[in-house]
Design a protein around this ligand. Structure first.
Ligand SMILES: NC(=O)c1ccc[n+]([C@@H]2O[C@H](COP(=O)([O-])OP(=O)(O)OC[C@H]3O[C@@H](n4cnc5c(N)ncnc54)[C@H](OP(=O)(O)O)[C@@H]3O)[C@@H](O)[C@H]2O)c1
Length: 231
């Protein structure tokens, strides 16, 4: 969050100071959820979770969460909260989408066991699961052109990933919906998924994506076809 000591990672000093600064920037007196952005290889987890507990007791945050912790790291954190009598972690913010299903085996069982939910990010794989790149070009106003850089573009837009996105797009069109709507609906099928963080570059995209909530439910047959394409 800032250069120099305590500007990164999860020491008590860093967490408490980051929270104070966020409250000031947002102009609010408390946060609904305060997340630890990613695991810290140096600071003992007890210290980080103790700092979250302090913020909750001070009324500066209502709920505590973590982001980007893998399954084992989350399970360890849940065990420490229980053992030390600290406020429990209510929510996890992992990456999850049709092209990145790692959390299904690694993380979701641990969340279920702990009674926690997931609010997932990059539900459209940062735009790959949209109509942006399906034609093979990279539009000048797209995120790929503006911020991915060469290496990330090569990694994200491989022929194999684009082929899967195109086949999913055909399936979505058969159902009379967009690929983004299918991708969002598919994520929300799991009870452990509490919500989806959608990123958009226009209000039209937001409207289209929110309409996912009004589309016909995904049948077992459609889910099986999605698995065939996306697994
Ligand atoms: N915790 C973490 O470590 C972490 C990491 C990454 C993100 N996040 C959070 O998660 C949020 C969402 O992530 P994300 O931005 O990667 O999400 P995403 O929903 O996977 O991708 C968003 C991009 O998809 C494209 N898009 C969205 N709707 C579209 C539509 N209807 N038609 C065509 N293109 C569409 C837009 O690309 P164009 O810009 O090309 O139009 C948009 O910028 C972010 O706001 C961020 O705060 C958290």
């Amino acid at each position: 969050m800032w250069p120099g000591p305590y500007g990164d990672y999860l020491s008590k000093k860093s967490i408490v100071a980051s929270c104070e600064q966020s409250l000031r920037r947002l102009g609010v007196s408390y946060l609904d959820i305060f997340y630890l952005h990613r695991a810290d290889p140096i600071t003992p987890l007890e210290e980080s979770l103790g700092a979250l507990d302090l913020l909750l007791h001070q009324g500066k945050a209502l709920y505590a969460g973590v982001s980007n912790f893998n399954g084992a790291q989350f399970a360890e954190a849940a065990r420490i909260c229980e053992r030390e009598g600290l406020s429990r972690l209510t929510i996890h913010q992992p990456a999850y989408n049709l092209l990145d299903r790692r959390i299904e085996a690694d993380l979701l069982p641990h969340l279920d066991r702990a009674g926690a939910g997931a609010i997932v990010y990059s539900p459209l794989d940062q735009g790959v699961l949209t109509d942006r790149y399906l034609g093979g070009d990279i539009p000048a106003d797209s995120r790929a052109a503006q911020s991915w850089g060469e290496e990330a573009t090569r990694r994200r837009l491989t022929p194999e990933r684009l082929d899967r996105a195109r086949r999913l797009n055909v399936l979505a069109a058969e159902r009379g919906q967009s690929l983004t709507q299918l991708a969002i609906q598919w994520i929300l099928r799991l009870p452990t998924i509490t919500s989806v963080l959608i990123g958009v570059s226009s209000v039209a995209q937001l409207d289209q994506n929110l309409a996912a909530l009004t589309r016909p439910a995904l049948t077992d047959d459609v889910l099986a076809r999605i698995d065939e394409i996306a697994r």
